[in-house]
Design a protein around this ligand. Structure first.
Ligand code: 5GP
Ligand code: MN
Length: 344
């Protein structure tokens, strides 16, 4: 068995044409960049630099602290800084590669700048229904992570690329974080073929795991206790959980970016639970950030589209609600009732 060949002969020609014609390339991840977004832009940046390109990895906002160990992280340019570096890089580049998102509103304010430009673009993604205009779209919803697709593409272009430990570390991080360390979205054999290739590069899987998952503060651990004990509503007859996190609680528990990561998965550990919804007050805007996780065939993405102005995957989706958290709870409980036939 071999990794998937994502590029047909024609697509490979187009890929080379787009890369050859570009000198300044922006590789862009989504807002609230996760391990998969960071892993894909950092590995691609590293690859493209070996081709003599000037590459700027850009994210709409900073990544969580638990990804700060990733090799190359210091090269990432964030939007919204006083020097406007991200905007300058975007206006100056002659190719943009969008990684790990399918709709342009996932880059926040950068979307309005991008829509003014006419820059050639490539999309590499694993979300449903890619809606970004691009010259080449490489999209596969059956891939665990964008990093799995990037790894397969690099392998197809030049198998030696995956022998680079730094590249392999970034790619493995994305696959690990998007599958909850191979606990979900990881039932296809190709993911282990790719992982085996990455391991041949000498990556330290145990260290990558510890860097991501054993890297919390004491106060984050106590916040977890507080949320599960005091803030979780468990709708027993619907096998669903809803919990909240307010900015006041974040202040109380010295919340830092990334501290909320993974908490939404925890209620799924209660026997028989099908759905978990997290409602978190945004620290900057007057809105509530919603995360949904499910097990089995419960469609989080449908619920996110219908109730939370969002979308995503079958088992992991998200969105936002422009209302106070007390009303957001009502919306979440209503959504659970409306979907009761799927929550038996
Ligand atoms: P998270 O709960 O980790 O923030 O997001 C889980 C998944 O939901 C993401 O990988 C993404 O696919 C999707 N998602 C999160 N927020 C949004 C959103 O505002 N809009 C859309 N369309 N998808 C989102
Ligand atoms: Mn992803």
């Amino acid at each position: 068995m071999k990794p998937k060949e994502y590029l047909s002969t024609q697509a490979q020609g187009l890929w080379h044409k787009l890369i050859d014609n570009a000198h300044n390339i922006v590789v862009m991840g989504h807002s609230g960049p996760d391990g998969d977004a960071m892993g894909s832009i950092l590995s691609l940046a590293r690859y493209l630099k070996t081709k003599g390109k000037h590459v700027t990895p850009v994210t709409p906002n900073p990544c969580p602290d638990f990804l700060r160990w990733l090799p190359g992280i210091e090269t990432v340019v964030q939007a919204g800084t006083a020097d406007n570096k991200a905007e300058t890089a975007l206006r100056a580049c002659d190719l943009i590669i969008y990684c790990d998102f399918s709709v342009l509103n996932r880059v926040d304010d950068l979307a309005s700048i991008i829509s003014q430009l006419n820059t050639p673009a490539i999309v590499i993604d694993h979300h449903i229904n890619p809606q970004i205009e691009a010259d080449l779209i490489i999209s596969d919803t059956s891939a665990s992570a964008t990093c799995e697709i990037v790894a397969s593409i690099l392998y197809q272009l030049d198998p030696d690329c995956l022998r680079d430990k730094t590249t392999a570390t970034c790619l493995y991080c994305g696959i690990m974080t998007d599958t909850g360390a191979f606990a979900y979205n990881s039932d296809h054999p190709e993911i282990f073929i790719i992982t085996a290739l990455l391991m041949q590069a000498g990556i330290d899987r145990d260290r990558i795991y510890r860097n991501v998952y054993y890297n919390y503060s004491e106060s984050r651990m106590r916040l977890l206790g507080h949320i599960l004990k005091d803030n979780m509503i468990y709708v027993k007859n619907r096998h669903a959980a809803v919990f909240t996190l307010t900015t006041e609680e974040m202040r109380q528990y010295n919340f830092v970016r990334g501290d909320a990561e993974g908490i939404v998965n925890l209620p799924l550990q209660i026997r028989g639970t099908r759905l978990s919804i997290s409602l978190r007050e945004d620290t900057e805007k007057p809105l509530v950030r919603v995360s949904l996780r499910s097990v089995g065939d419960f469609p989080c993405n449908k619920m996110a589209e219908e109730f939370f102005n969002g979308g995503g995957h079958l088992n992991a989706a998200g969105g936002t609600l422009p209302k106070p958290i007390s009303q957001a709870i009502e919306t979440a409980l209503k959504a659970i009732e409306e979907y009761s036939s799927l929550l038996i």
